[in-house]
Design a protein. Sequence first.
Length: 292
Amino acid sequence: MSHPKTKTAIFDYLRIGWGLVLTALGLNLFLIPNKIAAGGISGIATILFHTFHIPVGGSMLIMNVILFSIGFKILGKGFGAKTIVASIGLSVLVDASAWLLPVRQMTDDLLIASIFGNLLTGIGMAIIFDRNASTGGTDIIARILNRTSSMNIGRALLTIDFCVAAGAGFFLHSVDIGMYSLLSVLINCFTIDAFVNVINVSRMVLIISTKTRQIAAIAMAELNRGGTLIPFEGAYTCHTGQMLMMVIRPRQTARLRELVRDIDPHAFVIVNNVNRVAGEGFKSIWDPSGEI
């Protein structure tokens, strides 16, 4: 029987691989052909490709090697194998997919390219980040700025990405390219944040009823989810009893509501979205991305 850590590691790298494929497709089908530099190392590589005809994946790999070397010296060995594998993997996939794809450019409309390119790369990066990895690059510069100044990592990343996007307009001699690159940085940020929340969302349900134990028994049997009984006392009625707390998947919410309604139509139910649930039935406790 394999160890839980081994299973988690295999699953992590499979998910990272899928995220890398989506990111590479977004770059090659939409962003790179339209000269849109949506920040980061890939943005710098896009500028170099259209200025000096240097392959995007190759220049990304060289820049990452340089940045990792500097990062190891200044920050120590804190990057992890996943980030190193992801950064190398993306460099390889970008050049390989550019050569293998039957379509070189999906559209020449800059707005459509900015939206769909960054949706693909944003979802891909969100999957990678959810596995506690990154593709290196400007993340390392941001960490160095955070270490050597008072600038936090989020602000440093955004500043670097905006500088890269503005540089695209300057070096590629196009105000439109610069503005669409800046727009792409914003779309990418929002997509990553939104999709990370979608991946991790669960729902915590609090049920107050005079038939709590009956609701718990049926709900646990039908939904295959555990529950916790919490003693309570009503502030107005001073009535005491037990409240049921359950964490379920979003798709199970409607069924749980039906079960509660059938058993006690007068029950009081509170539903909240929650993130980062770790434990049986959800993300493994061995999964770093499941930690609170």
